[in-house]
Design a protein around this ligand. Sequence first.
Ligand SMILES: Cc1cc2nc3c(=O)[nH]c(=O)nc-3n(C[C@H](O)[C@H](O)[C@H](O)COP(=O)(O)OP(=O)(O)OC[C@H]3O[C@@H](n4cnc5c(N)ncnc54)[C@H](O)[C@@H]3O)c2cc1C
Length: 299
Amino acid sequence: MNYVDKIREVSDLEFHQNHDLTGFTTMRLSSVGDLIEVRTVAALQKLLPILKSHSKKYLVVGWGANQILPAQCDDLIIHLDFLFDQNDLSELRDEYVLPASIGLNHLTALAVRFGLKGWDVFTGIPASLGGAIFMNAGTNLGEIGSLIKSVQLVTSDGILRDEVINSRSFSYRHNHFVGPGEVIVGATLIHHGTDTAISQKIKDYLEYRKKTQPLATKNCGCVFKNPYKEFQAGRLIDLMGLKGLSVGGLRVSPKHANFIENSGNSNWDQFESLVNIIKSNMDHFYGIEFELEVKIPYH
Ligand SMILES: Cc1cc2nc3c(=O)[nH]c(=O)nc-3n(C[C@H](O)[C@H](O)[C@H](O)COP(=O)(O)OP(=O)(O)OC[C@H]3O[C@@H](n4cnc5c(N)ncnc54)[C@H](O)[C@@H]3O)c2cc1C
C-alpha cells in the first residue's frame, strides 16, 4: 500500500492532494502542495510513523506567520486543527494546558479578562501556540518561553513525550528541544498572578504595534534577525534608503523596513530576489551578513 492510501485510512485527519496553500501563510505567496489537516493528537501519532516508514518529508505550518512556501511544495504540509473546548479558557487557573493549534489571540483575550501577569509578552504576535513556542516568539516586553512549564510533543515514531522546560530550553527566537521530525501538540502555561493594570498595558501595546508595523498588509513579520541587540535590522535597512524598494508585487514596507509586503500575485522567486538585494547591500555598506528570521523550507 502506498503512503497516501495508508494516510487515508487514519481517522481524524484529511489529506488534500495538490492543494492551494497560498492562504496558509500570512505572506500569501502563491503555493501548491499536499496538505494534511490533523484534528487529534492520536491521529498525528498514527500519521508520523507512516511518513517515516515511507521516508516522506513533512513540514508543520501553524499560522504561517513566520514562513513562506515555494510555488510547488515537495514536502507534505501538516496543519494542526485540534478540537478545543472554549470553556477551558473561561476561568482563572494557576496554569493552562492548551493545544498547539490555538491562536495567541485567544490567550491575549484571556490575559485582558483576568489581568494575567506575564502574558503581555506576546501581545499582538500573530501565531499558533505551537509556532510561537517553536520560535520562542516575543516582543520587547519579553518572550513566550518564560511562561512555558512543559511542552507535549509527538516524535516521528508516534510517541507522545513531555518536555519539562528549564532555563536552557529557549534562546532568542529559538527552542532547544524540538527534535527532527517532532511536532509540538500542546503546552502547559503558567502566569505570575494577576494585576488589573495588565489589561490596559496590552491595549496600549496593541495601539503601539498598529502605529509601527504594517499589520494590515500581507507579510511574514520581520524578515531578518537583528544582527546585534543594539542594531535593529529594520533601522539598518532604513538607513540604506531601501524602504519602498520593490520586486514585482513585493516591496520593503515604508512603515517598517524589516517587513516585506505582498500586494498580491507574488511568488517565491521574487521574494528571494528582493531578499538577496537587501543582503548584498548590507554586506556592501556595513560588512554584516544578514540572517533570515523567516523560515524558508529547503534553505
Ligand atoms: C505582522 C506580523 C508581526 C509579527 N510580529 C512578531 C513579533 O512581534 N515577535 C515575534 O517573535 N514574531 C513576530 N512575527 C512572526 C510570527 O508571528 C512568529 O514567528 C510566530 O511564532 C509564528 O507562529 P506560527 O504559528 O505562524 O508559526 P509558523 O510560521 O507556521 O511556523 C514557524 C516555525 O515553527 C514551526 N512550527 C509551527 N508549528 C509547529 C508545531 N506545532 N510543532 C513543531 N514545529 C512547528 C514551523 O515548521 C516553522 O519552522 C510576526 C509576524 C507577522 C506576520
